[in-house]
Write a protein that binds this ligand. Structure first.
Ligand code: SAM
Length: 251
């Protein structure tokens, strides 16, 4: 257990500075915790990871027999260019983490150094897989709120560390359109993590977002998960299409 667990909540104004969306990624193991996934149950299942960045989720999922596809606007660049982006963004993010330890709860890692080593390993695994697979459909260049997939193409759609965290950059209309698009490409469930902003407090427009989605025929639920790294990141938002889902914008 880390002594950071005993610290009080972050001061109201303390938050991560996120001037641009970071090309920063986590491992399959970390995804299973913050999305409460059962890897064995996902074998032969079509899973889409949106805003996947240099996460190793897809590389590791495919090795486990999961039919995973990753989407990010930076895909399509040469591996060397993405490796340079990883170097710059990881340097900036870990410098901030070390400077603002009160923003973190070490439930999943014994120390910030251990978290850093794990995320660097995830990026190396991603880069090794990307180098051989970007031309074979596993890594797709696209960005919310428009995904280049048919309706209901994936059983499970995941999106981590983009919605809500970057609320200063993406407005409410973008968040609603992004959620509708994630639901559109899913037959079953969409899971979004975390449900808090850069300061660890819940997304301010969450009630409005859930009401607008409900009006479209999308059920939503905030589900606690056995994980917290960024303070306040101990839940996910689950979206499920109702059988009688209305198309967004339809009367
Ligand atoms: C912080 S990373 C999260 C990576 C991974 N999901 C994880 O949790 O480890 C955010 C990613 O979102 C990507 N991104 C930026 N704008 C996006 C958009 N409009 N739609 C989808 N992804 C976007 C960035 O390129 C970056 O790789």
């Amino acid at each position: 257990m880390s002594q950071l667990l005993a610290l009080p909540p972050p001061a109201p104004r303390l938050q991560m500075e996120l001037p641009a969306v970071s090309f920063f990624g986590r491992s399959f193991e970390e995804y299973t915790r913050f999305f409460a996934l059962d890897p064995a149950a996902l074998r032969r299942t079509a899973v889409l990871d949106v805003a996947a960045g240099p996460s190793s989720f897809t590389a590791e999922a495919v090795r486990r027999g999961i039919d995973a596809v990753a989407v990010d606007p930076l895909y399509g660049r040469p591996a060397g260019s993405l490796a340079a982006q990883v170097r710059a963004d990881y340097h900036r993010m870990f410098a901030q983490m070390r400077a603002k330890p009160r923003l973190f709860r070490l439930r999943s890692f014994p120390s910030l150094a251990a978290a850093e080593a794990d995320r660097r390993l995830a990026a190396r695994r991603f880069l090794a897989d990307y180098d051989g697979n970007d031309r074979h459909g596993r890594y797709v260049r696209a960005g919310l709120p428009v995904l280049p997939f048919l309706d209901q193409g994936f059983s499970l759609v995941l999106c981590a560390h983009l919605l809500f965290i970057y609320a200063a950059r993406f407005d409410y209309a973008w968040h609603l359109a992004a959620c509708r698009e994630l639901v559109r490409v899913s037959t079953g469930e969409v899971r979004i993590h975390p449900v808090c902003g850069a300061g660890g407090r819940p997304y301010a427009e969450l009630g409005r977002l859930r009401a607008d989605l409900a009006a479209d025929g999308v059920r939503s639920e905030v589900v606690a998960v056995d994980y917290e790294f960024f303070a306040g990141s101990n839940s996910m938002l689950v979206l499920r299409r109702d059988r009688n889902l209305r198309r967004a914008g339809a009367a």
